[in-house]
Design a protein around this ligand. Structure first.
Ligand code: SF4
Length: 324
């Protein structure tokens, strides 16, 4: 790949960031590697607005330092993560806190060895917390690169080469923050606003940005039909801790693909739909008197203290409506 000078664009970026950069974001106003890393992990699958308004501050209030995360039980970390989804992130955060004893390493190379920290996150934390001059490559940055270089298809390795090519190593912090800002507010999926973009002068895709990257055929999500079974005794309800990769560590009601609902002891409470990334769950919620195999029964107040998945929260809400 031939190296080209992007001096004008780099200058435009500095000017743009000064005028429009989201400089008030709390993770841009701290030198704490933990707070920066936490924001990077939360923002991996969640929008800035949601993280800012609902999760970032309560999490830091509950765990002011990374050592607090390390010494907490995983159940407490999952509870603070409840509603944010993609719970592997919380489990990896906890594991990383324990492995590092609450002190993050200061180089991208060492950060990348930790659970749940990929190359781009390692570069972001190393750049924002420890001033290491490295480019990032999250989903927003990828979209900018595809368009800037008018690329239809690219491997991750090739995209990294483009990321380094356009990178301003002399102003790494501002460059990376601007990439994040432009990707989320200007070079958006559906409505790129090229006229106000600092990359515009060199952008090869600006005449038709939506051509890049080439769209993949949309897959329809499969539907899983499950029975959610709530066993009860003496105003207590049975839950078990999930062991699946998707929801490991979270508490939930029993789920079955098939269930004999003809028994006269069964109360059908209602149905709901819940969307996961890769499938849609259609659930039929049943209430059934205690079965001997269930060991963990909780009152409604006790359930509030547990970390539940979004689907289990919906089932709980249906149960509460029934009990009212
Ligand atoms: S000029 Fe347009 S297509 Fe190019 S990076 Fe900016 S917003 Fe995206």
């Amino acid at each position: 790949m031939k190296k080209k000078s992007y001096k004008t664009i780099h200058q435009n970026i500095l000017t743009w960031y000064k005028q429009h950069g989201r400089v008030t974001l709390p993770w841009r106003n701290t030198t704490s590697a933990y707070e920066i890393y936490l924001s990077e992990i939360m923002l991996q699958q969640t929008q800035v607005k949601t993280v800012l308004e609902r999760f970032y501050f309560p999490f830091l209030k509950r765990f002011p330092t990374f050592k607090d995360v390390a010494s907490a039980p995983i159940d407490d970390v999952l509870k603070a993560w409840e509603g944010l989804g993609y719970y592997t992130r919380a489990r990896n955060l906890h594991k990383t806190a324990q492995v590092t004893q609450g002190i993050l390493p200061s180089s991208a190379e060492k950060l990348e060895e930790l659970s749940g920290i990929g190359k781009s996150t390692a570069h972001a934390v190393a750049c924002f917390a420890f001033n290491e001059a490295l480019p990032i490559l999250d989903a927003n940055v990828k979209r900018i690169l595809y368009r800037f270089f008018s690329l239809k298809k690219c491997t991750t390795k090739e995209l990294w080469a483009y990321a380094y090519k356009l990178f301003d190593k002399d102003n790494a912090y501002i460059y990376n923050q601007t990439m994040m800002d432009i990707g989320s507010i200007i070079c958006t999926h559906k409505n790129p606003n090229c006229t106000v973009c600092p990359f515009e002068s060199g952008c090869q895709g600006k005449s038709n940005p939506l051509l890049y990257p080439e769209k993949k055929a949309k897959k329809t999500k499969p539907t899983r039909k499950h029975y959610m079974v709530i066993y009860h005794q003496n105003k207590k309800y049975a839950l078990r801790q999930n062991e699946s990769k998707l929801l490991g560590g979270l508490w939930g009601f029993e789920q079955h693909e098939t269930f004999d609902i003809t028994s006269k002891n069964i109360t059908q409470l209602g149905v709901f739909t819940h969307h996961y990334t890769h499938f849609r769950l259609d659930a039929n919620v049943l209430l059934i008197p205690k079965e001997s195999v269930h060991k963990s029964y909780f009152t409604l107040d006790e359930i509030e203290e547990l970390a539940l998945s979004g689907a289990d929260r919906k089932a709980l809400s249906i149960l509460k409506t029934y009990l009212r």
